[in-house]
Write a protein that binds this ligand. Structure first.
Ligand code: BJW
Ligand code: ZN
Length: 246
């Protein structure tokens, strides 16, 4: 029996499903992943020097410019058949929770209900000092790496920061708690397009396995989550996911 059919059967039979996604699900929409050799943003920029609170403190214009460039890119692309298949899964099994590490809004734009954003969002800027939510600026088309001064908070005049979770920062408490609970309670978890390198998010599929769920991984490459998965489907999400829900 081939793995795709095994996985499709398990998915069709599952009542509580968790869909756990990473950058790979948005790759075929034209959004660069973080760690892929050819397209990864972090091949061209030193990510560790951009995705940290220290970087923003040291060079807010560089970091704000990078995030605004990425937001403008996201706004120019569309969800792909992988995102659409996730919505199909959610419509068929209403007790499906989408948990994403992505800071884009492509699950929402594909029609998924209430995806949990473990690493925040490019569309939720806030004050770096008083945390007051800020307006989303007009989309610009910054050149890669162009510096751009962040806007200032209306209440306290401190710089506005991207609403994402940087290294060394805690994940949003409620989002993480709900994600762990859903992984504990599900019958089946799909882990899609994530390298499984960043914690605590990478614990989510492991929790599901530990509590007896079937775990299906979709990724063209091997990942450290391979041993955690019941079935490993090697290929691009925008091809495998639609085949899984056919
Ligand atoms: C395809 C495909 C196609 C390609 N189809 N697939 C335990 C051990 C070691 C270290 C730690 C630990 N616990 C915590 C840490 C430290 C750190 C960490 O994990 N470091 C590791 C790197 C070692 N974690 C943290 O700092 C976290 N915070 C924390 O732990 O706080 C503790 C604390 C508590 C209380 C007070 C204070 C602190 C925070 C982590 C935040 C991560 N943030 C980022 C940046 C977000 C903003 C931004 O976008 O710039 O989130 S990092 C980056 O990685 C981003 C992603 O969401 C995340 C995961 O990446 P993802 O999605 O897996 O992408 P890639 O590129 O890695 O992989 C893509 C995959 O797709 C590949 O596998 C491809 O093969 C595949 N693919 N095409 C399907 N078509
Ligand atoms: Zn403020």
């Amino acid at each position: 029996m081939d793995d795709l059919h095994t996985a499709a059967g398990a998915l069709a039979a599952a009542r509580r499903v968790v869909v756990f996604t990473g950058a790979g699900i948005s790759a075929e929409s034209g959004v660069p992943t973080f760690r892929d050799a050819l397209t990864g943003l972090w091949e061209r920029f030193d990510a560790q020097s951009l995705a940290t609170p220290q970087a923003f403190q040291d060079d807010p214009d560089l970091v704000w410019g990078w995030y605004e460039w990425r937001r403008s890119l996201i706004q120019r692309v569309s969800p792909n058949p992988g995102h659409a298949a996730v919505t199909t899964i959610q419509n068929r099994a209403p007790r499906t929770t989408v948990i994403t590490q992505n800071v884009d809004d492509l699950h929402e734009r594909a029609g998924s209900t209430d995806p949990i954003h473990l690493h925040g969002s490019l569309f939720a800027p806030r004050c770096a000092s008083c945390a007051r939510p800020a307006e989303i600026p007009e989309a610009i088309e910054p050149d890669e790496g162009r510096r751009l001064p962040p806007p200032r908070c209306r209440a306290c005049a401190a710089p506005i920061r991207p609403g994402v979770v940087w290294f060394g920062e805690p994940l949003p408490e409620e989002a993480l708690e709900t994600a762990v609970q859903e992984a504990t309670d599900c019958d089946l978890l799909l882990t899609i397009g994530t390298s499984g390198l960043v914690y605590p998010a990478a614990e989510i599929p492991k929790v599901a396995t530990m509590f007896g769920a079937t775990v299906i991984q979709i990724n063209p490459q091997p990942t450290p989550l391979d041993p955690t998965a019941t079935v490993n489907l090697h290929g691009p999400a925008a091809e495998i996911l639609p085949a899984l829900v056919e």
